[in-house]
Design a protein around this ligand. Structure first.
Ligand code: FES
Length: 129
């Protein structure tokens, strides 16, 4: 019934958009907003690493680790609300892992470190965002 599918599409598309917006708002509202949960800048450039296929890694998301770009457990003391990002490389490859901790594609660098809020901030501090 193409007419019904078309009608359903007309009904569900706006509803789907509304639901996405609604759930986005809920997620945004429930997300921690205190400045203490934002990461500190570990570096203002990415870290080149040779990832090994199928090996599990824990990328430091808080910026406090002394083993950048990987987690050393320091978040448990310095940023207990945060945790590392566990990931597995699908293939062995060279990768650029984010050092500023503000990438939108963690754990990989997406160029965010070039933005003023990172470049003008002090290392090991939370930038003004
Ligand atoms: S180092 Fe964080 S986005 Fe590049």
């Amino acid at each position: 019934m193409p007419g019904l599918q078309k009608a359903r599409g007309l009904v569900t598309s706006p509803l789907g958009s509304f639901c996405r917006f609604f759930f986005y708002q809920i997620r945004s509202c429930s997300a921690p907003s205190a400045s203490s949960v934002r990461p500190v800048i570990a570096a203002k450039e990415p870290f080149p690493v040779d990832l090994i296929a199928e090996k599990r890694y824990a990328w430091c998301a808080c910026g406090h680790s002394q083993k950048q770009p990987f987690c050393d457990g320091t978040h448990k003391k310095n940023a207990p609300e945060m945790s590392s990002l566990k990931f597995t490389a699908g293939e062995s490859k060279k990768a650029w892992l984010c050092g500023c901790k503000y990438t939108k594609n963690p754990p990989y660098c997406d160029g965010t470190h070039k933005e003023d809020f990172v470049q003008k901030a002090d290392l090991h501090s939370q930038p003004q965002v």
